[in-house]
Write a protein that binds this ligand. Structure first.
Ligand code: SF4
Length: 109
């Protein structure tokens, strides 16, 4: 996994307010509407990395979701967001921090 490359890709969202990211993810995030009942992998034992690969495949707002989670949860992240497991996001976080300024950091209001 190219963490530096992922952090670099998120730069395009640098100045997008967190509230806008939250609205976009809530509106267009695949997991927000596609799996209202039991998801197709409901009976399988999956690692978070496997779950991220399945749940987030084809989601049109993966970058927005990942950027928002890095801003709001930082290294304290839990679960699957932005097509990455929590372990992968924790590894990504210092690379993302090094990319510099953001429109906002911390919990979105
Ligand atoms: S990237 Fe994954 S966790 Fe985020 S909104 Fe899309 S499906 Fe949901």
């Amino acid at each position: 996994m190219n963490l530096v490359g992922i952090a670099w890709e998120l730069d395009r969202l640098r100045w997008v307010p967190s509230g806008v990211l939250a609205d976009v993810v809530a509106r267009d995030g695949l997991c927000m509407w596609a799996f209202s009942d039991v998801p197709p992998w409901g009976d399988e034992e999956l690692t978070d990395r496997e779950l991220a690969a399945r749940m987030c495949a084809g989601c049109p707002v993966r970058d927005e979701c990942l950027e928002l989670e890095l801003r709001t949860a930082g290294a304290d992240t839990v679960g699957v967001w932005g097509a990455l497991s929590a372990d992968d996001r924790r590894e990504l976080y210092p690379h993302w921090l090094r990319r510099g300024e953001r429109a906002e950091r911390g919990p979105c209001s």
